[in-house]
Design a protein. Structure first.
Length: 161
């Protein structure tokens, strides 16, 4: 009698684990961020759109010179916290997050729904670095088109922080 209860409990536990969604916007965002922190660009590509791949390629190129010790020190202290998610429409979510230490200079990612070969919907990180640069007001303030940055203003503003 006790053995049958143990077996049923074991089967029930397996079903719960198997049914846990790894395709929710939160889970995809967390997996993507951890993959990037580990410099596992192959996994990061699996959780992102083709548009995001160019950003990952640049990131991969820029981090090639890091030593294994530097990589391990960063990853061993890395933590992700999902703050919230918002459904924009049936094919788009935004997810707000924080990372410790800071991974990116932004704390929100867009996710879009893509159909895989079997016709199932998969959520993918959709990041366009050019759009981010256009939306970042600090870049516009420092390097407005046709104007030279005022070094005195930049120094003064950094002192007030």
């Amino acid at each position: 009698m006790n053995n049958s209860k143990v077996v049923l409990l074991f089967i029930f536990s397996l079903l719960l684990i198997a049914c846990k969604s790894t395709n929710s916007p939160k889970a995809v965002t967390e997996t993507f961020l951890v993959s990037v922190a580990r410099l596992d660009m192959h996994t990061a590509r699996n959780y992102s759109t083709r548009q995001t791949w160019s950003f990952l390629k640049v990131l991969e190129r820029e981090t090639k010179e890091l030593t294994d010790e530097q990589k391990e020190a960063y990853v061993s202290n890395f933590k992700v916290k999902i703050i919230g998610e918002k459904k924009v429409n049936d094919t788009m979510y935004t997810v707000d997050f924080t990372t410790t230490p800071e991974l990116f200079p932004f704390t929100q990612l867009n996710l879009v729904a893509e159909k895989n070969l079997e016709g199932n919907i998969r959520w993918k990180i959709d990041f366009n670095s050019f759009e981010y640069m256009q939306s970042d007001s600090t870049i516009h303030e420092i390097m407005a088109p046709g104007e030279e940055p005022n070094e005195q203003v930049m120094v003064d503003s950094s002192l007030s922080q």
